[in-house]
Design a protein around this ligand. Structure first.
Ligand SMILES: C[S@@+](CC[C@H](N)C(=O)[O-])C[C@H]1O[C@@H](n2cnc3c(N)ncnc32)[C@H](O)[C@@H]1O
Length: 202
């Protein structure tokens, strides 16, 4: 007898194209997107901090998608925050134009070998899709503790025609989102530098 995979029922996005995230969450003000929420504490803290925010996570690991989606529901945020077990590089293509007010990518791409380059989440194709799903004035926030990665993200995003720094330059010392991602919290606790980039959709 084959054993059932424990997370095979992790939530998935609806089938089809043109998915409007505003139809999947109850939102009084803005809809945000997190790519790769992992253990998901940024999403929990974000909806706790701002009642006007709804947030959707796209997490490729089914275990974390299901665990965090259930945790959000248990804490009473199931209407405003959902996590779907999806590869963001594929799922972004299926989202409707302009349906995300702000996108977060916290500490992505923990792969260092050349053969894993094709897995990178912050890449031209994903930026093209983020440029489509964010409306004009929408925001993109990316952070990492790996300096070389941060520098390559900065070059890629700053050269992309859809994005321009929110402030005079893209690097910011800290953000005002109140919430912290698990990796961000750990980096802060260990006194590691965190490189943060903040862009607006042109
Ligand atoms: C290094 S962890 C960071 C987790 C969390 N963002 C944080 O800052 O603590 C990267 C996360 O991105 C997820 N991930 C990697 N590639 C992905 C993809 N293509 N689509 C969605 N999630 C992805 C991983 O499963 C993992 O949860």
């Amino acid at each position: 007898m084959t054993k059932a995979y424990p997370y095979e029922n992790a939530p998935r996005l609806p089938d089809g194209e043109g998915i409007d995230l505003r139809a999947l969450v109850t939102c009084s003000n803005r809809v945000e997107l997190e790519i790769g929420p992992g253990r998901g504490w940024f999403m929990v803290e974000r909806v706790e901090a701002d009642p006007g925010v709804a947030i959707v996570g796209l997490e490729v690991r089914r275990k974390w998608a299901q665990t965090v989606d259930e945790r959000l529901a248990r804490r009473g945020f199931g209407d405003r925050a959902r996590v779907f077990a999806e590869d963001a590089r594929l799922a972004l293509h299926r989202l409707a134009d302009g349906c995300v007010d702000r996108a977060y990518v916290h500490f992505p791409d923990p792969w260092w070998k050349k053969r894993h380059q094709k897995r990178l989440v912050v890449c031209a194709e994903v930026l093209d899709q983020l440029g489509r799903v964010l409306p004009q004035g929408g925001e993109l926030f990316v952070q990492t503790d790996v300096q070389e990665r941060a520098e390559s993200y900065e070059q890629l995003i700053s050269a992309h025609p859809s994005f321009s720094a929110v402030n005079a330059e893209p690097w910011i010392d800290d953000h005002e989102f109140v919430a912290r991602s698990p990796r961000e919290r750990k980096a802060i606790e260990h006194g590691l530098p965190v490189y943060r980039l903040y862009y607006a959709r042109l």
